[in-house]
Design a protein around this ligand. Sequence first.
Ligand code: FMN
Ligand code: COI
Length: 385
Amino acid sequence: MNLKDEQSVYLDEVEFKDANKMEAEPVNVSEFQELVKLALPKMYYDFYAGGAEDQHTLEENVKAFQRILIRPRVLIDVSRTDTSTTIMGYKTSAPIMIAPTAMHKLAHPEGEVATARASATANVIMVLSFSSTCTIEEVASSCNAVRFFQLYVYKRREISAFMVQRAERNGFKAIILTVDTPRLGRREADIKNKMVAPQLKNFEGLISTEVNTDKGSNLEAFASGVLNASLCWKDIGWLKSITSLPVLIKGVLTREDALRALEVGVAGIIVSNHGARQLDYSPATINVLEEVVVAVQGKIPVLFDGGVRRGTDIFKALALGAHAVMIGRPVIYGLAAKGEHGVSQVINMLKDELELTMALSGCCTVKDISRSHLSTEIDRLHCRL
Ligand SMILES: Cc1cc2nc3c(=O)[nH]c(=O)nc-3n(C[C@H](O)[C@H](O)[C@H](O)COP(=O)(O)O)c2cc1C
Ligand SMILES: CC(C)CC(=O)C(=O)O
């Protein structure tokens, strides 16, 4: 389909600030973000792009990657390269997953169904957010793909238990419990914009997700009403008792918590700071990945997210021991710019960049990517001593 026609399906409905710029074909994730900044209503763009408070961690998530250099190896036959891998027993085309992000219909009318279709086409695993705008059933019936389900535990725990049952019944393959959100981080753009939380169809008849307050972020008001701030380690036992699916936890940033996670028997860990939307001045995730990987000693998979914008970033996270990376905002930017096709383009761009990085570094498969392919700031400091 002609790019212009395709965009007009949705983008004609929103105000164009710079129509000429919209004609340009983005060649990387940053250019997708620029397109979307022009196209989306400010309230929604800020919700997607923003982070907590000073947004120090938001910037660091990306910048910390830029301080890590790649040590390429030469004269290796890279005429055949293969980005495929296995994640939690499922074969995928690349060590890339779609991170759970809330409310895709604010980016595109087809919402999570479009994202799911793109993930199926690309053969990468999608994690559906607990706060999705399409229902679990709509997403499950939209295409055939391996999907995981992200969970928040609400004060009314029976609602969360019901969502787990629905995910299980609808063929989702794992539960990813987000553990970094006892309360919502302070997102100042949402406060200023009086961010509105739309009604979420998944919860119809269970709980109202619409909150009306003129005192700031409606989303924050909703979250503080429902999120269970008393959730703790012993509750992992409860979650494991209500599902036969593997339970992973998302939001670990320290070796101490990685060890606790092993003790309570989770099936995997996701090193994540929630895309820097929760605790500002928490570390850039790439800076703590190795600490967690070393603590876990290969006993369970360690996944990673935060600030991945390039194939080189994926390569770096794998070299530091991640099994795979999850992509948050870039997927939303693809979706907002061009729906399902845009999500496919973003995934393919990252996949192609990873494949090229592998070839130029002397790695034919993801297993060939090793710690010795990187030089971190700490490595360089040690060299000087
Ligand atoms: C707009 C937005 C909504 C998000 N919603 C959720 C969510 O519902 N559940 C969750 O566990 N994480 C959520 N996250 C965090 C992502 O899963 C992921 O950790 C983060 O986006 C990764 O960073 P990146 O955006 O730099 O790739 C959200 C992130 C963004 C940007
Ligand atoms: C509805 C929110 C709790 C979703 C979320 O996790 C986020 O916006 O970061």
